[in-house]
Ligand binder design. Structure first.
Ligand SMILES: Cc1cc2nc3c(=O)[nH]c(=O)nc-3n(C[C@H](O)[C@H](O)[C@H](O)COP(=O)(O)O)c2cc1C
Length: 161
């Protein structure tokens, strides 16, 4: 069965609200035959990544970057999951097949650096962005929840094939 892996760092109400909406969307009645695997960023491992057919990533913006927990996830799985490092130690493009991913980021004033930090790493894993990044600033409203729901549904539908 195709598998969608959700890796999130949801310690605060706003990211939690987005994660719940993403999961609800990925579990929509229209989605059939997709196994949803949900992992806190500090618990996900390379086996989770290798076994998945698509990914949803959620993080707050912290100091202009993704959360330390999501960074720890990438640090832990990068090489095993098909990433490679260039001679200078920077992330190099991976040769693996492009698996789809979606990303949602919550911040209070600027999520630009957090989004860029994730995109640079997943690009080196060879994953392909399958939906626009959901960036939410400030309090999470109904429209944001709907966007998160749509993001979850979109990725699940893509994985469903
Ligand atoms: C240490 C720290 C650093 C933060 N850095 C940023 C940042 O760079 N950009 C931003 O938009 N928000 C930043 N924030 C706000 C968080 O992104 C926000 O608190 C988080 O998404 C959770 O939202 P919530 O408190 O409304 O649940 C920061 C918060 C903390 C505690």
């Amino acid at each position: 069965m195709p598998r969608l892996l959700v890796v999130h760092h949801s310690l605060t109400p706003s990211v939690t609200a987005l994660t719940e909406a993403v999961l609800a969307g990925a579990s929509d009645d229209a989605i059939e035959g997709v196994e949803l695997v949900v992992r806190a960023a500090l618990e996900a491992d390379a086996d989770d990544v290798l076994a998945a057919d698509g990914y949803l990533l959620g993080t707050p913006a912290n100091f202009g970057y993704m959360s330390g927990a999501l960074k720890h996830f990438f640090d832990s799985i990068f090489l095993q999951a098909g990433g490679s490092l260039a001679d200078d130690g920077s992330a190099a493009s991976a040769d693996g097949g492009p698996k789809p991913y979606g990303l949602y980021v919550h911040g209070r004033y600027d999520t630009t650096g957090a989004v860029r930090s994730v995109q640079s790493i997943v690009g080196a894993l060879g994953w392909r962005q399958a939906a626009p990044v959901l960036e939410v600033l400030g309090d999470v409203g109904e429209a944001d929840r709907e966007s998160a729901y749509d993001l979850g549904g979109t990725l699940a539908a893509l994985v469903m094939g």
